[in-house]
Design a protein around this ligand. Structure first.
Ligand code: A3P
Length: 296
């Protein structure tokens, strides 16, 4: 609690054309020089698209059986380091990643495609990108910025949604992020592009698709066990996956595991905001084949 009170929210600035905060740029050269390995698995997302969910699924797929104590001794953000992060209350992500004793190493990033350390491409590492529809993604990001003192002050919902549309939020434009990674997928075959909405709709099916991408053979029972363990309520109760151990997050404002739904945007957008958003969306997304579902 003391840590949270004394924590000063960071300022945003333009960094190589993308809105960032110093917690993700301070270690820049080291991050750019990160040495990937061929068996590394990079989990890439725009913030609040389902990073933790997919991180936990992968951790269980690879280590759930061989190393069960891992699930109760280390929070998920220590098991799956956040590569570009340097925040005072945690060890730098790059350091954690370098020190990971496991194989494969599971590594998380929110970097837009042009900032990804080139070593991942040179090593032909496997990459899993998770995308979430813009409206729910924006709502989730708004509540996250409210509760996380390591993020900029979100302001009210109306100003936040305007900034989101302008790409003036941490890690920049959602539109550029999802499209940039989508484009990469067209030429880089080791990239599995998945959707938050598909995971909500049918977690079991998405698990099967993941296993087939990763070349993992798992039994029906094992997949069923994982599917149950990664359900929203289970993860919300689980101290190792619900982020309750992070000092700069104020769960009284909003919990990390907040709703986990598709379509919660309807409880936030006014009719006018929705119309403006849709109009702008059509324009920003007119050159991509990427399609999202905003309801199930
Ligand atoms: P909401 O704020 O809409 O609830 P990230 O891990 O990228 O920060 O994403 C967090 C979002 O994913 C939050 O969305 C969180 O509730 C949701 N989430 C995490 N685990 C989930 C699960 N097992 N099922 C559904 N949603 C989940």
């Amino acid at each position: 609690l003391e840590e949270m009170k004394s924590f000063k929210r960071p300022e945003m600035f333009e960094f190589k054309g993308v809105t960032m905060i110093n917690y993700f740029t301070d270690n820049w050269d080291n991050i750019q020089n990160f040495q990937a390995r061929p068996d590394d698995i990079l989990i890439a997302t725009y913030p609040k698209a389902g990073t933790t969910w997919v991180s936990y699924i992968l951790d269980l797929l690879y280590f759930g059986k061989t190393c069960p104590e891992r699930q109760t001794s280390l929070p998920i953000y220590m098991r799956v380091p956040f590569l570009e992060m340097t925040i005072p209350v945690l060890p730098p992500g790059k350091e954690l990643a370098d020190k990971l004793p496991t194989s494969p190493r599971l590594i998380k990033t929110h970097l837009p495609i042009q900032f990804v350390p080139k070593s991942f491409w040179e090593q032909n590492s496997r990459v899993i990108y998770v995308a979430r529809n813009a409206k729910d993604n924006a709502v989730s990001y708004f509540h996250f910025d409210r509760m996380n003192m390591a993020q900029p002050e979100p302001g009210d919902w109306n100003s936040f949604i305007k900034r989101f549309m302008e790409g003036k939020v941490v890690f920049g434009s959602w539109y550029d992020h999802v499209c940039g990674w989508w484009e990469k997928k067209q030429t880089y075959s080791n990239l599995h592009y998945m959707f938050f909405e598909d995971l909500v709709e049918d977690t079991g099916r998405e698990l099967e698709r993941l296993c087939s991408f990763l070349g993992l053979s798992t039994s029906v029972e094992e997949r069923e066990q994982i599917r149950t363990g990664v359900q929203f309520d289970a993860m919300k109760k689980n101290k190792m996956t619900n982020y309750s151990t992070v000092s700069v997050m104020d769960f009284k404002v909003s919990p990390f595991m907040r709703k986990g739904k598709v379509g919660d945007w309807k409880n936030h957008f006014t009719v006018a905001q929705n119309e403006e958003f849709d109009e702008d969306y059509k324009n920003k997304m007119k050159n991509t084949t990427l399609r999202f579902r905003t309801e199930l």
